[in-house]
Design a protein around this ligand. Structure first.
Ligand code: PMP
Length: 399
């Protein structure tokens, strides 16, 4: 049986992978089992922002794995403190709670917000509300899909926890209208990723910040995908010069080799946790902490944030100047770009398949938007290599 058939026969069909079997990857390049080479313009939804197999990450990982790896938080280690110290400095916040996946860090934020509301604002738990945006994506746990506006994420998985209020994304007035005395938090992606790289109007985050201040409500940002340089700033909210009360990070924090996530917040917010109130066997283990620490150091020392802004500007310009009648819009920030295609002519998935055949890894969202999010280490020459193929595929669609 071939690899795809074997995988399909024993794997729950909760994904629909592109028809390629990858064997190895280094930097921005991946290779399949037949030795064909691909430019990775997807980086595992931003988890591989540092590029595949970054030598510093691999070295730190091997060193740590052979010294002290998985410990649980039953004990202190030499690495957790330095990791979270660097994380709070880079985020401008005070304390962090380490987890593994993005969804777990979102769950952590939800628990923190509710307990904060209960303890500091006397909001009874059965009345507590968190305001979230339509078309949000924060992960796949039952609590999280419970407040998704995408019915396909929820279909047949109920009952769900209540306490969430959906408002349109990008509309600060809708948030103002939704806030009540029982509102603990506004939980939002500063740029919506899975929705198709949706950038809100300028000033949106600043308005949310002002509203949250006025009503003593927490502003919690999910930057699992947009954070750590992806948009050309360390964090997407820095495009509007605001500071959230809570920040959710994941993906790239694991250096492309390991799941590392964290919920980072102000001291007042993080103080709601006491021993036994939350945790995970693997969250904050020595290996994760060492990798997270090294990932932050690499982003800073290799100036990947600046590179993202510069190369993102170049990629955006190249994509916007493409001649094609299937492009409806090219949007995004930094090296995080969505190309919306005219689905009357072609589906985004068909474009992905054509790009794959031509040596470029990308991913479609909802059949309408093609996402380009290459490692932040990508060079101009590598973008040119990819653009030659992208232009060819898009030009072919001109009738
Ligand atoms: N939040 C956002 C904004 C995301 O994009 C994602 C994953 N695409 C998640 C949370 C969930 O992360 P994970 O898959 O690691 O649970």
């Amino acid at each position: 049986m071939d690899h795809i058939a074997l995988e399909k026969s024993v794997t729950a069909a909760n994904y629909d992978p592109l028809p390629v079997v990858l064997r190895e990857a280094k930097g921005v390049w991946a290779k399949d089992i037949e030795g064909r080479r691909y430019l990775d313009m997807m980086s595992a939804y931003s988890a591989v922002s540092l590029g595949h197999g970054h030598p510093r990450i691999l070295k730190a990982m091997m060193e740590q794995a052979s010294t002290l790896a998985v410990t649980s938080r039953a004990y202190h280690t030499e690495v957790l403190g330095p990791f979270l110290d660097r994380l709070v400095r880079v985020t401008g916040l005070d304390m962090a709670l380490p987890m593994n996946t993005g969804a777990e860090a979102v769950e952590t934020a939800i628990k923190a917000a509710r307990r904060w509301g209960y303890r500091l604002k006397n909001i009874p738990n059965n009345r507590a509300e968190i305001i979230v945006a339509e078309n949000n994506f924060h992960g796949r746990t039952t609590t999280i899909v419970g407040f998704s506006s995408d019915e396909s994420y929820r279909d047949g998985f109920g009952p769900f926890a209540g306490g969430f209020k959906l408002v349109p994304f990008g509309d600060a007035q809708a948030v103002a209208d939704a806030i009540t005395e029982n509102t603990c938090a506004v939980l939002i992606e500063p740029i919506q990723g899975e929705a198709g790289i949706v950038v809100p109007p300028d000033g949106y985050l600043r308005e949310l910040r002002a509203l949250c201040d006025r009503h003593n409500v927490l502003l919690i940002l999910d930057e699992v995908q947009s954070g750590l340089g992806r948009t050309g700033r360390w964090f997407a909210h820095q495009h509007e010069n605001i500071r959230p009360d809570g920040l959710i990070l994941g993906k790239a924090l694991g250096g492309g080799v390991y799941p590392v996530s964290a919920f980072v917040g102000t001291r007042d917010l993080m103080k709601v946790f006491d021993p036994g109130s939350h945790g995970s066997t693997f969250g904050g283990n020595a290996l994760a902490a060492r990798i997270g620490l090294e990932a932050l150091a690499v982003i800073e020392e290799e100036q990947l944030v600046e590179r993202s802004a510069e190369m993102g500007g170049y990629l955006m310009e190249r994509l916007r100047s493409m001649r094609s009648n299937i492009v409806k819009e090219v949007r995004g920030r930094g090296l995080w770009i969505g190309v919306e295609v005219d689905t009357n002519v072609v589906s985004a998935r068909a474009v992905c398949d054509a790009l794959l055949a031509d040596g470029v890894l990308s991913k479609d969202t909802h059949g309408t938007v093609l996402r380009f999010a290459p490692p932040l280490t990508i060079t101009r020459d590598e973008i040119d290599w990819g653009m030659e193929r992208i232009e060819r595929v898009f030009a072919r669609a001109i009738h």
